[in-house]
Design a protein around this ligand. Structure first.
Ligand code: MN
Ligand code: MN
Length: 294
C-alpha cells in the first residue's frame, strides 16, 4: 500500500481492540467518516469512532461456531481523510480499496453514509452486491440535480458496475419501484413471513455469482433494534434474522463489505452500535471460515 496511505489518518481506537499489522492481516478495516449528502438527520460521520469504541468492549468468541475473532488478523488502517467533495471522497475510498485488494486483503469499510459504497464498488468490481437496506437508494437524482448521494448510490452501482440484490427493503417511492421492476429484491415483510423461502432465494443468487460484496445499511434493522440511524423505517428485521441472512450471503468469494449509516448522535444507550459490532464480527468470522482460514 503506497498511494492510499496518503489518504488515511490514524485513529486512537482500533477495531476490536486487538491490533494486528497490515502486512499479515486478512481483513483491513477502514473508516469513512463522511455524511455530507445526508438529507434528514446527519451524524453518521461519527459512526467509525462509535463502532471502534463498542467493538473494543465486545466479546470476540462466537459461542455458536467456536470462531475466536481474536485469532483472525484484522488490521485497522484508520480513517479516510474526508473533504467536502463527494467525488473526491469516493476517489479516495476507491484508491484505498483497490490497494487493499491488490495486497490480497478484504476491505471492511465503516461508514459514514451509504454513498461511500460507490467508491468501494468501483475499486472491487464485484459480480453481485448484496445490499441489506430498508431503502433501494435507486433514485436517479436526489435532491433534484444531484446524481451522487445516499439516495442514488445503488442506482449508480446497478447502472455502471454490477448486479444488486436488495434484502430487507420496505420504504420506497414510485420512481424506485419502476426502476426495481425486473431486478432482484427481497422485502422485509417477505423475510418475516417466510424466512426459508427468502433465504433460499438469496442463496441461489449468491451461489451463481463469482464475487460478492456485502453492503449493510444499518436501517435494514427495525428501529427497535437500531434506533441510531438517520432514516429509521418501521417493520424491519431483527439483528438475529440479519445474522441468519448473512449466513446465506457470506461466501469464499467475498471481496469486500461495509456497514454504513450508524448515527451515534441518535444512538442513546448504544444499542445500534452494539448491533453493528455483532454484525461485523459475525460477517468477518464467517468469511474467514468459508475461506478455510479458521
Ligand atoms: Mn442506504
Ligand atoms: Mn437505508
Amino acid at each position: 500500500m503506497n498511494k492510499a496511505r496518503l489518504y488515511l489518518v490514524e485513529n486512537p481506537y482500533c477495531f476490536s481492540g486487538v491490533r494486528h499489522g497490515y502486512e499479515d492481516s486478512w481483513f483491513s478495516v477502514i473508516g469513512v467518516p463522511f455524511d455530507n449528502t445526508t438529507s434528514f438527520r446527519p451524524g453518521s460521520r461519527f459512526g467509525p469512532a462509535s463502532i471502534r469504541l463498542f467493538s473494543a468492549e465486545a466479546e470476540m468468541l462466537s459461542l455458536e461456531d467456536c470462531i475466536d475473532l481474536e485469532k483472525i488478523p484484522i488490521s485497522d488502517m484508520g480513517d479516510v481523510a474526508v473533504t467536502f467533495s463527494v467525488e473526491e471522497v469516493l476517489k479516495r475510498v476507491e484508491t484505498v480499496c483497490r490497494e487493499v485488494r491488490e495486497d490480497s486483503k478484504i476491505p471492511v469499510l465503516l461508514g459514514g453514509e451509504h454513498t461511500i459504497t460507490l467508491g468501494a464498488a468501483r475499486a472491487l468490481r464485484p459480480e453481485l452486491l448484496v445490499c441489506f437496506d430498508a431503502h433501494f437508494d435507486y433514485r436517479d437524482e436526489y435532491p433534484q440535480g444531484v446524481k451522487t448521494s445516499h439516495a442514488t448510490v445503488m442506482r449508480r452501482i446497478s447502472e455502471d458496475l454490477c448486479r444488486v440484490v436488495h434484502v430487507g427493503v420496505r420504504a420506497t417511492c414510485r420512481e424506485e419501484v419502476e426502476y426495481a421492476h425486473g431486478r432482484d429484491f427481497i422485502t422485509s415483510r417477505s423475510i418475516l413471513r417466510n424466512f426459508s423461502e427468502a433465504s433460499s432465494t438469496l442463496r441461489s443468487l449468491v451461489e451463481k455469482a463469482g464475487s460478492i460484496y456485502i453492503s449493510i445499511d444499518l436501517d435494514v434493522l427495525d428501529p427497535a433494534y437500531a434506533p441510531g440511524v438517520g432514516n429509521p423505517e418501521a417493520c424491519g428485521i431483527s439483528t438475529s434474522i440479519l445474522l441468519d441472512l448473512l449466513e446465506h450471503s457470506v461466501t469464499d468469494r467475498l471481496v469486500g463489505m461495509d456497514l454504513v449509516e450508524l448515527n451515534p448522535v441518535l444512538d442513546y444507550g448504544g444499542s445500534s452500535a452494539a448491533a453493528a459490532v455483532r454484525i461485523l464480527f459475525q460477517a468477518i468470522a464467517k468469511s474467514a471460515r468459508r475461506k478455510g482460514l479458521v
